[in-house]
Structure formats: structure tokens, C-alpha cells
Design a protein around this ligand. Structure first.
Ligand SMILES: [Zn+2]
Ligand SMILES: [Zn+2]
Length: 377
């Protein structure tokens, strides 16, 4: 079928909405009508060619929600009419990593994601001239419809507006998983969140729900710090000065137990290390362009400090997405609060530009206002 989708022709050119061809779902796959999609920093990195060569032409978008329209053979966990959020790592549940519970590191999903294909190694997307288009992170939801692996379509509870649920599949899962699965933050532990954008504010929400105290927000943008305070941060510290680390450490009686880096730059990764107390751990959530390196003062390994990465929440996204969706439905997690703009799909390039300059937090692109439960504007 023909549909409209936001196509990255090549880095450095604007991402425009154009007509593309979508092929029907194969066995194990699902066709979903997209309601709304969140614009994430990874979309910018892909659009800028910063995640490596050969990743275009591509239909962008990996954070979104919609309604199932058709299922391929063998799919029984969802049926036409069901609301779903997209999961960017459709874990096979049989590979070595999946068997050890590291579903976010699923081997076949990890191979096909960067290739821009679904699990069988092929794409369902074509330009009108027949050129294959890659699926962004096995999803490609800046589009009227997607065909995704069955495991990428995660059922949502009824009643959650899809323009809000669109944030669950990347930003929320990434942020909550980092706090719950990697940091394992407990009540009364000190936390610093460095970078309070779309994902950082989810880290903050998860840390607040875990009972972190103090909960220190760090960002260079005073507006984002305001949002962080409204979301339960106990303190806000402006980043970018020589005294930032010392000020965070002072608020946490010498240093925090957990620092979450949600920016993807060497200087903020270093800051996450510098604000730790002895025995503390820095969790790097931010996605850095290929080639970026970070330097640490190695003598400090002597104080039991640790640093580790986290990809896509480092857990079982399917189970955890259902949990955070229930939290949102119960009013314990405010999804709307991180959305700074709601725009039509056609405005995708402007949304990418705002993310490049750090303006605002999350833009949600409305693809189908009726399904999304909200019109653009
Ligand atoms: Zn993302
Ligand atoms: Zn697997």
C-alpha cells in the first residue's frame, strides 16, 4: 500500500514527508496504524549520520503508539483494534542473551536494528521507484502505518491516550529501566540526573517513584531544571560551570550514590563520574555519536566507583512497558508533562532542528488525531 512517511534520503538533507510503499506483514509480524510518535535524540543522530554510515535511505521514528490493523500468521498476543506501543528491541527469547534475561541485548534484534530491517533481514518499505527503505530501529513510525515484528507491538491498557502512550517505547522504557534495572535505586539513596530532556525527565520520574533523596537535577537549561523540579527533583543545579560537580556533591553530603548521564557527551559522562561518592555508580544512558571517547581519573577506581552503560532500560521491555503504562493510567506517572510540542507529522524536520539546539523537551508528532486522542497544536 501507499502511505506518507518521513524519509531520511541522506544526512545533511531535510527529512521530508513523502509517499512510500509499505508491504504487508509476513508471518510473525503486525501492521499498525500509527496514532502518534515522539521525536527522540536518536532520530537526530540517525538523521545526521552520527550512528555510522549506510543507514539511509530510511523511514525515521522509533517511539510511538497506534492501533493494530492486521496480524501475520502465528501472531496471537494482539488482534486488530488493539492499542499498542512500539518496542524497538523485539527480543527473540531464544538466543543466548535472551536466555540469560538480557532481552535488550537480543542477538538477532541487535543485528537487524542497525541494518534497518525486520527480524528476517528484509525491509517492508520501498520508495515508489522500488528502492528499499530502512526501518529506523526496527520501527519506522514517522509514518501513517508500520509493519513491525510481533514482539515490537506491545499491548496497552485501554484508556491511555495514545499521544501520551507514544512516549513509552523509547524514552520511558530507557529512563525507567536505567533506574530500576541498572541503578536499582532504593528509597533514601542519593541520585543525580545529568541532562533533563525527554529521557532524563523519565529517569527523574523513576527515581522519584523509587524514593530517591536527595534527587538532584543537572542541566544547562534553566527551563528544563524548572520542569525537573516540577517532576519531583529536590534540587536543581545549572551545568556548565567549574563548580557544578562540587555543588552537586555538597547537596548529597559529599557525593551521590547514583549518577545518571542522559546527554551522550564526554563532558557530562565525566561529570557523572565526578559527582559520585566512594562506592557510587554512574550509569550512562545518553547516546554518543560513533567515535566519542571519555577519559576518567583512573586512581578513583580505588574508591569502588563504577561506571556502566545502559541500553533501552537493560531489562524486559515488553513486561516493563506494560508496568509503566499501568503507572501512567493510575496517574502516578505524568507523561503529558514532558511533551513541549504536539505537531503534525509534516513538521518533523522542525522538531529535529529543535532537538539539535536543545530547545524544549519532547515533541509528539500526531499522525492520526482521532487515534491519538489529540490534534496537533
Ligand atoms: Zn529513542
Ligand atoms: Zn534474543
Amino acid at each position: 500500500m501507499r502511505m506518507r512517511a518521513a524519509v531520511l534520503r541522506e544526512p545533511g538533507t531535510p527529512v521530508l514527508v513523502e509517499e512510500v510503499e509499505l508491504h504487508p506483514p509476513k508471518a510473525g509480524e503486525v501492521l499498525v496504524r500509527v496514532a502518534a510518535a515522539g521525536v527522540c535524540h536518536s532520530d537526530v543522530l540517525l538523521a545526521d549520520g552520527a550512528l555510522g554510515p549506510g543507514r539511509w535511505p530510511m523511514v525515521l521514528g522509533h517511539e510511538g503508539a497506534g492501533v493494530v490493523e492486521e496480524v501475520g500468521d502465528g501472531v496471537s498476543h494482539v488482534a486488530p483494534g488493539d492499542p499498542v506501543a512500539f518496542c524497538i528491541v523485539p527480543a527473540c527469547r531464544t538466543c543466548r542473551e535472551c536466555k540469560q534475561g538480557r532481552f535488550n541485548l537480543c542477538i538477532p534484534a541487535g543485528e537487524n536494528g542497525p541494518r534497518g530491517t525486520l527480524l528476517d533481514g528484509t525491509s517492508r518499505l520501498r520508495l515508489p521507484d522500488g528502492t528499499p527503505l530502512q526501518h529506523a530501529l526496527m520501527t519506522a513510525c514517522f509514518a501513517e502505518r508500520v509493519v513491525v515484528a510481533g514482539a515490537s507491538a506491545v499491548p496497552l491498557p485501554a484508556g491511555l491516550p495514545l499521544w501520551q502512550a507514544s512516549l513509552l517505547g523509547c524514552g520511558v522504557q530507557t529512563g525507567f529501566g536505567a533506574v530500576r534495572n541498572v541503578g536499582r535505586v532504593r528509597a533514601g539513596e542519593s541520585v543525580a540526573v545529568i541532562g533533563c530532556g525527554g529521557v532524563g525527565l523519565q529517569v527523574l520520574a523513576a527515581a522519584r517513584l523509587a524514593g530517591a533523596s536527595p534527587l538532584i537535577a543537572v542541566d544547562r537549561d534553566p527551563q528544563k531544571l524548572e520542569l525537573a523540579l516540577a517532576r519531583g527533583a529536590t534540587h536543581a543545579v545549572e551545568a556548565g560551570s567549574a563548580t557544578t560537580a562540587a555543588r552537586v556533591a555538597q547537596l548529597a553530603d559529599g557525593g551521590v550514590e547514583h549518577a545518571f548521564e542522559v546527554v551522550g557527551r564526554p563532558e557530562t559522562m565525566r561529570l557523572a563520574w565526578d559527582v559520585l561518592r566512594a562506592g557510587g555508580t554512574a550509569v550512562v544512558v545518553g547516546l554518543a555519536p560513533v567515535g566519542v571517547e571519555v577519559a576518567l581519573p583512573a586512581i578513583e577506581f580505588l574508591s569502588d566507583k563504577g561506571i556502566r552503560g545502559s541500553y533501552y532500560g537493560s531489562g524486559d521491555a515488553v513486561a516493563e512497558l506494560a508496568e509503566v503504562a499501568a503507572l501512567a493510567l493510575a496517574g502516578e506517572l505524568d507523561l503529558a508533562g514532558v511533551v513541549s510540542r504536539v505537531e503534525p507529522l509534516e513538521d518533523v524536520e522542525a522538531a529535529l532542528r529543535r532537538l539539535r539546539t536543545g530547545e524544549g523537551v519532547r515533541t509528539v508528532l500526531v499522525v492520526d488525531a482521532e487515534l491519538a486522542g489529540r490534534a496537533a497544536g
